[in-house]
Design a protein. Structure first.
Length: 135
């Protein structure tokens, strides 16, 4: 069969190394790179979410601790001034940052260009949650 012989000649004359190299470069490598990039983004998002949860837990603990050790006794008195509120907030921030593992701090700080605004908003959220816990 002449067709069969032609097929054998064509297949034997092909440079399989070049063909596999082209398939690797043009198809498999870009798809693999896209998959790895997507997986890395997903893992980074999960890590940030987990770190964000840990961060908020530390914020809640610090807010509660500062409230019980400082605020509770002076709130509603003449000592509860704007300056004292700022001082207490800074105390809470210090407690939070001291309690936070360095890797979490670094990761969240790199992910949030406005990290300290983010921290302030979490403190406000924790205060709100604490005030409305029993409601």
């Amino acid at each position: 069969w002449k067709g069969e012989q032609i097929m054998k000649d064509v297949l034997s004359s092909l440079d399989w190394t070049t063909i596999l190299g082209v398939i690797w470069t043009a198809i498999i490598l870009p798809i693999g790179t896209k998959i790895l990039t997507t997986v890395n983004k997903w893992l980074e998002a999960r890590k940030l979410d987990k770190y964000g949860q840990i961060f908020y837990e530390e914020v809640k603990k610090a807010v509660k601790s500062v409230y019980e050790s400082v605020v509770k006794d002076i709130k509603g008195t003449d000592n509860w001034t704007e300056e004292k509120m700022v001082e207490v907030r800074e105390l809470a921030k210090t407690k939070i940052l001291q309690a936070l593992p360095m890797i979490i701090y670094k990761t969240l700080n790199e992910a949030n260009s406005d990290f300290y605004d983010y921290l302030d908003s979490l403190i406000d959220t924790a205060l709100y949650d604490e005030k409305h816990k029993g409601v």
